[in-house]
Design a binder for this molecule. Structure first.
Ligand SMILES: Nc1ncnc2c1ncn2[C@@H]1O[C@H](COP(=O)(O)OP(=O)(O)OP(=O)(O)O)[C@@H](O)[C@H]1O
Ligand SMILES: [Mg+2]
Length: 344
């Protein structure tokens, strides 16, 4: 059945052809990566052991109409989902059914992400909202006429409302960054000025937490094509984190260095590092830091007004600039967040 094989080879997804006895006639290379025995001339159900596939195949032969089934495959740490179409093929010397495996993993993941996102946002908004509603009830009832209690509750309510406001602000800026993701920045930006204005802006925060911002300014301040407002946001988020999580008395040092070639981006880059002398981050957390709403000590971070969106925004902005974020940390010593931007 040479002709069957050449058809199978032309199908741009894993495909297997079986005869009316449900024995495998042939498979293409994509199917072999799913199952090294995909092309063996054996009963299909003994090679692909997921019952849903065997059932769809039987129904297809019995009814003569195309069937669909879901096939789940694990490839090391990756879970892959296929929607399998089983179609009856008959004509000339060819008589059997064709199974085509369509990879739907990305759709499933996007769907899951959207659901997680809505659940997270709702949860984040509900916590302060519940607190505010509780205080309103108290103010209307037991605390009516108690000036001291009223002042205290109103202060807390203002803080909770502030948190909701920041969350909504962060969500809006995240969606704005995503919207512009494909538009490359075009302006020439003076990095030194951006960093200096970030430092000015964060001076009160540094004072509040008892930390020190140290800028190791370069002799020849570099310029690059970028979006200065977005870079301002990147450095604000990183320095604010360094101050907030570095703990009292932390030193936050900002340095700029040029590198002739980044080993990931493979181009000349600028590296802007924000280093703190805080408690550091355990290695298991590092790869997840840029996920939306990811917080290491969610309780502590929330107390500090954190929403867990800061680093997600940083990552999106750097993607738009074709750059990347590198995080190194030693527990008990401190963390270094490095912004890496292509020079050109
Ligand atoms: N310099 C740092 N040292 C230790 N932990 C850090 C540092 N920077 C970030 N983290 C951890 O990473 C988590 C995610 O940071 P991110 O900036 O995304 O969110 P956040 O600070 O909690 O909230 P937001 O920035 O939206 O107000 C923080 O909750 C914190 O646990
Ligand atoms: Mg933050």
């Amino acid at each position: 059945m040479k002709s069957v094989q050449s058809f199978l080879d032309a199908i741009p997804m894993p495909a297997v052809f079986v005869d009316t006895q449900m024995r495998i006639v042939g498979a293409n290379a994509g199917a072999w990566t799913l199952n090294p025995h995909a092309g063996d001339p054996r009963p299909f159900v003994l090679v692909f052991r997921q019952p849903s596939l065997g059932a769809a195949l039987e129904t297809c032969f019995a009814s003569g109409t195309a069937q669909r089934a879901v096939f789940h495959h694990t490839d090391g740490p990756h879970e892959i989902w296929y929607e399998v179409t089983v179609s009856r093929v008959q004509g000339g010397e060819i008589n059997g059914s064709l199974l085509c495996f369509n990879d739907t993993t990305h759709l499933k993941q996007a769907d899951q992400m959207r659901r997680d996102f809505v659940a997270n946002v709702s949860h984040e908004l509900r916590t302060p909202l519940t607190a505010i509603l509780g205080f309103i009830e108290t103010l209307q009832g037991p605390a009516r006429g108690d000036q001291k209690a009223q002042d205290r509750f109103l202060t807390t309510m203002a803080a909770e409302a502030g948190r909701m406001n920041r969350l909504v602000g962060d969500l809006l800026s995240l969606s704005r960054v995503e919207e512009e993701a494909r538009v490359r920045p075009t302006r020439l930006v003076d990095l030194d000025q951006v960093i200096r204005s970030t430092l000015r802006n964060l001076a009160p925060v540094a004072e509040e937490v008892g930390g020190t911002l140290i800028y190791d300014a370069p002799d020849d301040p570099p310029q690059l094509i970028a979006d200065s407002d977005q870079l301002f946001q990147v450095f604000t988020n990183l320095m604010e984190n360094a101050l907030k999580y570095g703990g009292e008395g932390t030193d936050v040092t900002i340095r700029i260095a040029k590198s002739p070639r980044d080993h990931v981006l493979r181009v000349p880059v600028l590296r802007i590092s924000v280093a703190d002398t805080g408690p550091g981050i355990a290695p298991t957390h590092i790869p997840r830091l840029t996920e939306r709403f990811y917080r290491i000590e969610s309780h502590r971070s929330r107390e500090m007004g954190g929403t867990g969106l800061g680093l997600a925004i940083v990552k999106h902005i750097l993607n738009r600039h074709r750059g990347r974020l590198a995080v190194e940390s030693t527990v008990g010593v401190g963390s270094v967040f490095t912004v890496i931007l292509p020079l050109r």
